[in-house]
Every structure is written in structure tokens, then in C-alpha cells.
Design a binder for this molecule. Structure first.
Ligand code: MEV
Length: 316
């Protein structure tokens, strides 16, 4: 029997993280240089209903039945079985691997869910539609992130740049002029749930102030969308840097992120900001394609543990 496999990319938030949780627009893009992969192989000698889950990157090797209800991979598998009303799947082994750094703002959790949902439903002979994949991945995100906006599962499922407003129909972004982004990893693990939780506490304590931050970030995202769709990409740089300033005020930057943002700017980036939950994880810098290598090297000298050069809007 053939193996059933699926990949899902990482993601960056170009504009509007955190504010998007409060209903403001945000802009995100997939990052295909890093990926989660799920492979399902039939286990011909296994008992019906047995699903063995292996995730060597995180030291997991267990039967589905022994996993707690909130285990993210277990939850994704169980949600496929529930949706397809299958009680006892033919025995199989599901192996999950990923090159997306964990707790780094690049969407590793959502990408694992999307890859698992696709590979497992294909194994069962009933591949899910994109809307179903995104919806179920969102349910898994909720268990782990508390109050996710849904942007990660959306951009990762569709694999295209998106303009996203929580609860609204998805809008794919037109990108007539592709642009280059350098991603720098501080190497500091920072779970999104923690940063989102802290922003929520701060918002509860100072509602008017935080809502003004969210609105400013939302208008930057709306302006950025216009510029991207009109192909005026150089002017996105200052908008990114302004978004970083707002995120700092929200309390989700860190000295390491600020240092990488400064190093990118000094090396000639057009603008830079943290990306994702913040307080660690990754930052992004908009660069002219010819400067990408130089900015990546400057980021490494300033302490980035890894860098990725990606092009937003590049035809696949
Ligand atoms: C995470 O990629 C982006 C946040 O805004 C959280 C969310 O939207 O769910 C920090």
C-alpha cells in the first residue's frame, strides 16, 4: 500500500500580529523554505483502530488511544475521525517531522496540524477540502493558544499571502511585484500563547491605550495591503518599522529582537519588525533582493541563530 504524505509551510506575519486577535486586519505570507511533513503508512499487522503516532523531533512515539485529549497531533487525528464519522480506522503509523523551529513565531503548530489533517484524511480515502483543513486546524490552535485569531491556520492551509480579518471570509492578496524578506531567528523559544495571554492582561488593565495600539497596527496593515496590491513595495519598509514600534509599546518585543531589527536596518534593510507572537522567536526585514545576503550576514553577526531568505508573491 502506498504512503500518504502531506507538507505544510511555515508562515510570517508581515503586519498586524496581536492586533488581529482583537479584530484588526493583518497580512501574512507562507514560508516554503521550512515545512512540516506528515506521512501515513498502513500497518498490515496492526489491530483495526490502532494509530501509532511518531514525532521524533519531540520524542513522541505512542498509540493514539494513550494520548491525552489535548495532545495536538492526537487532537488533529481524532478530529478527522469525528468529522468523517469513522470509529475504527485501518491500522496505521503516522509520522510527523518538521523543519519549522518550534515556538518561534513561524507557525510550526498550525503547520503540523495542517499536514496531519491532510495526510490522515487522504489515508482514509476522504481527503479534506481546504476549508475543512483550516477549520479543524483552528480548533487545534484554540486548545493550545487560547484565543487565536485564525491567521496561522488560514495562511498555512492556503499557502498564499493573505489579508486576514478574524471571522471574515479569507482574502488572498494579489502581489504583482514579489518582494524579498530576510527572516532572523533570535533562537529564544517563546510560545505564542504566553505572549497573547500577556497582551490580554495588559489590554484588560489599559483598554483605551491598547485599543489605540491595535487600531494603529490595523491601519498599517490596511495601508500595506494597498501598497502590496499596487506593487509599491519599497514603501512597505517604513510601515514595518512603524509596526515594530507599536509592538514594542505593546510589550511583545525583546532586547534580542530589537537588536536584530537595528542590525538589519543598519545593513540596508528597507524596514524590519518582529513577526508572530514576539518576546523571542523571529523577526523579518524587507530588503532589495541584491541586499538579502548582506542583511542575512549582518543578522548572523548580531546573534541570529539562523536566517531564511524568502520571496513573498513568488509564483510556486
Ligand atoms: C501569531 O502568528 C499571531 C498572533 O497575532 C496570534 C494570533 O493571531 O492568533 C500573535
Amino acid at each position: 500500500m502506498p504512503a500518504f504524505s502531506a507538507y505544510a509551510p511555515g508562515k510570517i506575519i508581515l503586519f498586524g500580529e496581536h492586533a488581529v486577535v482583537y479584530g484588526q486586519p493583518a497580512v501574512a505570507a507562507p514560508v516554503s523554505q521550512v515545512k512540516a511533513r506528515a506521512v501515513v503508512n498502513a500497518n498490515l499487522r496492526g489491530l483495526p483502530g490502532s494509530v501509532r503516532i511518531q514525532a521524533p523531533d519531540v520524542g513522541e512515539d505512542a498509540e493514539l488511544a494513550s494520548l491525552p485529549a489535548n495532545h495536538p497531533i492526537g487532537l488533529a487525528v481524532r478530529s478527522v475521525l469525528a468529522l468523517l464519522k469513522i470509529q475504527s480506522p485501518p491500522a496505521c503509523t503516522l509520522k510527523v517531522t518538521s523543519t519549522i523551529p518550534i515556538a518561534a513565531g513561524l507557525g510550526s503548530g498550525a503547520a503540523v496540524s495542517v499536514a496531519v489533517l491532510r495526510a490522515f484524511s487522504a489515508y482514509l480515502g476522504r481527503p479534506l477540502k481546504d476549508e475543512q483543513v483550516s477549520e479543524l486546524a483552528f480548533e487545534v490552535e484554540k486548545v493550545h493558544h487560547g484565543t487565536p485569531s485564525g491567521i496561522d491556520n488560514t495562511v498555512i492551509t492556503y499557502g498564499k499571502p493573505v489579508y486576514f480579518i478574524k471571522g471574515k471570509p479569507i482574502e488572498m492578496l494579489k502581489v504583482p511585484v514579489p518582494f524579498t524578506i530576510v527572516i532572523g531567528n533570535t533562537g529564544i523559544a517563546s510560545p505564542t500563547a504566553a505572549a497573547v495571554g500577556e497582551v490580554r492582561q495588559a489590554w484588560k488593565a489599559k483598554k483605551a491605550l491598547y485599543e489605540s495600539y491595535f487600531e494603529s497596527a490595523g491601519s498599517l496593515a490596511a495601508s500595506a495591503r494597498q501598497m502590496i496590491e499596487h506593487g509599491i513595495v519599497e514603501t512597505l519598509g517604513p510601515l514595518m518599522t512603524a509596526n515594530h514600534g507599536i509592538l514594542r509599546k505593546m510589550g511583545v518585543s525583546s532586547p534580542e529582537l530589537d537588536e536584530l531589527v537595528a542590525a538589519a536596518t543598519k545593513a540596508g534593510a528597507l524596514g524590519a519588525k518582529l513577526s508572530g507572537g514576539g518576546q523571542g522567536g523571529n523577526m523579518i526585514a524587507l530588503v532589495a533582493a541584491s541586499r538579502a545576503e548582506r542583511v542575512a550576514q549582518a543578522l548572523q553577526r548580531a546573534g541570529a541563530v539562523s536566517t531564511i531568505i524568502t520571496v513573498v508573491g513568488k509564483p510556486e
